[in-house]
Design a protein around this ligand. Structure first.
Ligand SMILES: NC(=O)c1ccc[n+]([C@@H]2O[C@H](COP(=O)([O-])OP(=O)(O)OC[C@H]3O[C@@H](n4cnc5c(N)ncnc54)[C@H](O)[C@@H]3O)[C@@H](O)[C@H]2O)c1
Length: 364
């Protein structure tokens, strides 16, 4: 088992460990109890993950004579809303949960974001642990304490920064993950290579075939590297006042596309499109070498991620979403752009005409 410590400013949050391994579920009970003692554990999960792994986690906890229950809700981004949140809170109250209880987020990014949000607000906060089961959650959403739910006006508009007490990553969960969800996670993995670690980007280029064939060692290496890169950035800037914004590379346009598609385009696919757009804007305005931009597009394509926006999504719709973006300050939307590979910077505004032309240029 590999351990990565997330060291946070003690005045703000407690530090915690990310554990990565192949048989973690076998000792998950001990890991949970050691890192988060509580009188009552409640697993929060979606119906898919509940059917595959919920029962065995519940049995393991009860088998250790711990008081444990499980709450599940419909799977998918559509469920990451206020209605589901209230329904889960009502179930928590019915189960007698109180401030001595703790939550376990068992699932992908939707489960993790929503459980973290509930943990940060239920009875003025209870502790929680992340047990991520998708590649997206293992490499990104379970780390760093960003929690959120979506509103009709856009994604992640209601949320908090609230760190988990631990992140336990069992690589075995990926065995049942559909290819599409592997691709989604790969978008964030590739992002780390682009913004932070050129050697890692090279590794991804060289090993894309092994990744797609789900080579265990290669997958474990990319999860470890991704966690290390993300935790390094979160440690410097837990509340996203500055450098953490570079993690949003591709996300500004990506979120607009995702919402405009009514979430029929997944988060990873939308971020991939957003990264292509950001690379093209960087080439045009900031001399990102053409070769770097081509390598980015090629790696995303070889991972099976589309670099083209479907015609059904209108440029006007995307532009309207961008104007309403929560990263906006005054008239300026903060875009993360690239000077070159591994050198991102935060730009306080791209002219609307260039944004529009870039989006148009990405249409199928
Ligand atoms: N908080 C953050 O920092 C952060 C970062 C990135 C993404 N996110 C959020 O994460 C969400 C996307 O996460 P996601 O891609 O994991 O989506 P998801 O949680 O919807 O999971 C995708 C699908 O995979 C299923 N699934 C989960 N684990 C499985 C397994 N082991 N085997 C088979 N099926 C499994 C789920 O039931 C679901 O149908 C978005 O809401 C996004 O905003 C948050």
């Amino acid at each position: 088992m590999k351990k990565i410590k997330v060291n946070l400013d003690k005045k703000v949050s407690s530090s915690y460990e990310i554990c990565i391994g192949n048989e973690l579920m076998d000792r998950i009970g001990m890991l949970i109890v050691r890192n988060m003692p509580a009188l009552h554990y409640i697993i929060i999960t979606d119906v898919n993950v509940s059917a595959m792994y919920g029962g065995s986690l519940l049995d393991r906890l009860r088998g250790m004579s711990l008081s444990a229950d499980i709450i599940d809700f419909p799977a998918g981004e559509d469920a990451k809303n206020i209605g589901t949140t209230i329904a889960i809170v009502e179930r928590l109250l019915k189960l007698g949960a109180d401030r001595k209880s703790a939550l376990l987020a068992l699932g992908g990014g939707v489960v993790g974001d929503m459980t973290g949000f509930i943990a940060s607000t239920f009875m003025r906060s209870v502790p929680y642990i992340q047990i991520p089961t998708t590649l997206m959650a293992q490499v990104d959403s379970s780390i760093g304490g960003k929690t959120a739910i979506d509103l009709p006006e856009g994604k992640n508009l209601l949320g908090t920064f609230y760190q988990p007490r631990g992140v336990f990553i069992d690589m075995k969960f990926l065995n049942t993950l559909p290819d599409e969800d592997i691709r989604n996670g790969l978008a964030e993995v590739i992002k780390y290579g682009i913004i932070d670690d050129v050697a890692f980007f090279n590794f991804l280029e060289e090993n894309m075939r092994a990744i797609k064939e789900r080579d265990r060692e290669v997958l474990e290496k990319i999860v470890q590297n991704s966690c290390r890169i993300k935790k390094g950035i979160v440690e410097i800037d837990e509340k996203e006042m500055g450098i953490r914004r570079v993690l949003n590379f591709g996300h500004t346009i990506g979120h607009a596309i995702e919402a405009e598609s009514n979430y029929t385009i997944s988060h990873g696919a939308a971020v991939s499109l957003g990264m292509v757009a950001a690379a093209r804007i960087s080439e045009r305005l900031y001399d990102l070498p053409e070769g770097d931009r081509e390598r980015i597009e090629h790696l995303l394509e070889s991972a099976g991620l589309s670099c083209r926006i479907p015609q059904t999504i209108t440029t006007d719709g995307i532009m309207a979403r961008l104007r309403a973006d929560k990263k906006k300050e005054g008239d300026r939307i903060h875009f993360v752009l690239l000077k070159k590979m591994g050198m991102p910077f935060i730009n306080g505004g791209v002219p609307e005409s260039i944004l529009r032309e870039t989006v148009e240029g990405l249409k199928k």
